[in-house]
Design a protein around this ligand. Structure first.
Ligand code: TXA
Ligand code: MG
Length: 323
């Protein structure tokens, strides 16, 4: 496995060919790093599952370079979904749509629908376009972490998570720290009214404004399967506990205006909610790098992106309760 720090045009060509040849390429998106493989290559997709240690019936998101590719992967696309793609792609939004013939069971976890996203990150978009120019149709990419762990938002975090599981031909592309820092909003568009399955930077308010109707946020009640919807997920090794003061030797993450409790390790002091999302996962990892047993996080108040932050943190704190 090779980590490429400086992604030039030549590197993009090499990475696209690597994908076309059936190997894996981890790459940056604006949300988190993805572990990419050719979405039509069953053997390559099987490797994603083994590298992640992910159960085989959990579907993968197919990443495409532009809206124009949507009809290759999806059929019977509702008008409201097309409106969402026009308003928010490229961007941190994944749509679940009725699948075309191209989306096989090994991508969809055996479901009749497929998750699609056009990411908004220059390395990702260049890689997807180059891959498509070699005859590719789309790149399946889950977050580049082991199953149940925290998503990586830096290339170092990718190599720490899965470096040991990658092969000699696989690549990790560096694109710096991800701008948004939490995974895309997932919207189920297989019914007459959309449902938000996973909150993200495209918020409920933005979706409702775009399509002009009130929508559902059923999440856990949905018939749709999504591993991010499991009660426990996004978990570092340290135990995460919410809205409690940190004791001596524990990690502490809170907005900058909240002082650090005496003796605690301050892992992040974001100035606002956007920075909170951007720094959060790397701060949790820093807690693990310091071998802390426990990290206390003070959840920010509010709506919008705060819902995505709270969703991930509540899930990462639940793992502790299983022990
Ligand atoms: O921001 C993101 O979405 C990142 C970047 C790399 O694009 N990707 C990501 O993928 O978070 P992953 O696999 O870690 O999380 C995607 C979630 C999973 O819970 C998966 O089960 C769900 O989306 N999902 C994917 N395709 C689906 C489908 N057809 N139906 C229902 N859920 C789906
Ligand atoms: Mg994930």
């Amino acid at each position: 496995m090779e980590i490429i720090a400086n992604v030039t045009e030549g590197v993009i060509k090499k990475a696209a060919k690597t994908l076309k040849d059936g190997h894996l390429v981890a790459f940056p998106t604006e949300t988190v790093y993805g572990l990419g493989a050719d979405a039509t290559n069953e053997t390559a997709i099987a490797r994603i599952y083994s590298v992640k240690g992910r159960p085989a019936d959990h579907p993968l998101i197919v990443h495409i370079s532009s809206i124009n590719k949507i009809n290759e992967w999806a059929v019977d696309i509702p008008e409201y979904a097309l409106k969402l793609t026009r308003d928010f792609w490229p961007g941190p939004m994944t749509l679940i749509l009725k699948r075309s013939e191209l989306a096989k069971n090994f991508i969809t976890g055996g479901q009749d629908n497929v998750g699609l996203r056009v990411p908004n990150q220059p390395v990702a978009l260049a890689l997807l376009s180059e891959f498509e120019s070699l005859g590719g149709h789309g790149v399946a990419a889950p977050s580049a972490n082991r199953f149940g762990a925290v998503s990586p938002t830096t290339s170092l975090a990718v190599s720490e998570e899965i470096g040991n599981y990658l092969d000699a031909n696989d690549l990790i592309l560096n694109g710096g720290r991800c701008n948004i820092g939490v995974e895309s909003t997932i919207i189920d568009c297989t019914s007459s009214i959309p449902t938000i399955l996973r909150p993200g930077a495209i918020t409920l308010e933005m979706v409702e404004k775009s399509i002009g109707i009130k929508i559902n946020t059923k999440g856990l009640d949905s018939h749709i399967k999504a591993s991010g919807l499991l009660a426990s997920h996004y978990s570092p090794k340290a135990r995460v506990r919410l809205n409690m003061p940190a004791k001596t030797g524990e990690g502490f993450i809170a907005l900058a205006n909240i002082p650090t409790p005496v003796g605690a390790h301050r892992l992040a002091s974001p100035a606002n909610v956007e920075e909170f999302a951007k720094l959060l996962y790397e701060a949790l990892r820093d807690g693990d790098r310091l071998n802390l047993d426990e990290i206390k996080v003070i959840l920010p108040d509010g709506s919008g992106l705060v819902e995505a932050i709270n969703d991930r943190l509540v899930k990462s704190s639940l793992r502790a309760e299983l022990y």
